[in-house]
Ligand binder design. Structure first.
Ligand code: IPD
Length: 265
């Protein structure tokens, strides 16, 4: 591993663990909604904001020349060519309700390529980490995707956006998909869903409407564990559509999602 990647991994792990401990130990019993974003159900808590501050403060101290893009508004260019992509709580609705599936997601990119991804899920006691070209680890154990089943035997994760029109369309896609697969899961954190593909706890995952902070770390985690990732056929994973699956399942699922129109509202 290069010195740069090792340094970025060290910083990402430390920032994610500090934020995770703060969120786990400091969650107020009466936690409420501090603000809403794209719709009335797209919520931000005071803890999302505080977690992002903690992470960006840590990054400023340890990597002062890097840029940052954060879900709760952190956005500045650096001079080093490294950009951190930060989701201070992925799965905010789970966190709000005291459900365990939420994570801190931190990725480091250079020239648009993700070098390091860390997804830390404190209530699971799990950290998924990947370094480009170096594989994926769940805590200290290397992980790989499951051997691909046929589509009709696949357990597929997905998620739903916060805007009503989009959800209606996503529900229609799920309605048409569910008779063709083993089952569908909606856990509530895209970053954890991608880790679950990496660790063989899901066969595949897809979702429309993600933001870079939702998928930057998880995409590398899934890829380094042997998954293919992408968007519509021939396109890179993006907010339009995210698909992750083992190679022998990927094109079949991607093609079906194309036919079902999973890429538009
Ligand atoms: C959300 C989660 C969820 C996904 C939504 C995301 P947030 O992120 O990843 O699983 O379905 O599309 O917005 O808002 O909790 O950071």
């Amino acid at each position: 591993m290069t010195d740069l990647k090792a340094e970025l991994l060290r910083v990402a792990l430390e920032a994610a663990h500090r934020a995770g401990a703060f969120l786990r130990d400091g969650r107020p019993d009466d936690l409420g909604v501090a603000a809403t974003k794209s719709s009335a159900v797209d919520v931000v808590t005071e803890m999302d904001i505080a977690s992002e501050k903690l992470i960006t403060g840590f990054l400023a101290e340890h990597r002062p020349d890097d840029g940052v893009l954060g879900e709760e508004g952190a956005s500045f260019e650096g001079s080093s060519g490294i950009q951190w992509v930060v989701d201070p709580i992925d799965g905010t609705v789970n966190y709000l309700y005291g459900r365990p599936d939420w994570s801190v997601s931190i990725a480091a990119r250079k020239d648009g390529e993700t070098l390091v991804g860390v997804v830390h899920a404190p209530m699971r006691g799990e950290t998924c980490r990947a370094v480009l070209g170096e594989g994926t680890f769940l805590n200290d154990a290397p992980v790989r995707v499951r051997p691909a089943p046929s589509l009709d035997q696949a357990l597929v994760g997905t998620g739903f956006g916060y805007i009503t029109e989009r959800r209606v369309r996503q529900a229609e896609v799920a309605r048409q998909l569910i008779p063709r697969v083993r089952d569908i899961r909606r856990a509530g954190s895209a970053a954890i869903d991608l880790c679950d593909v990496a660790a063989g706890r899901l066969d595949a995952y897809y979702e429309r409407g993600l933001n870079p902070w939702d998928y930057a770390a998880g995409e590398l985690v899934a890829r380094e564990a042997g998954a293919l990732t992408g968007g519509r056929p021939g396109e890179a994973l993006s907010g339009e559509l995210a698909v992750a699956a083992p190679p022998a399942l990927f094109e079949t699922l991607q093609g079906l999602l194309e036919d079902l129109g999973a890429w538009h509202d």
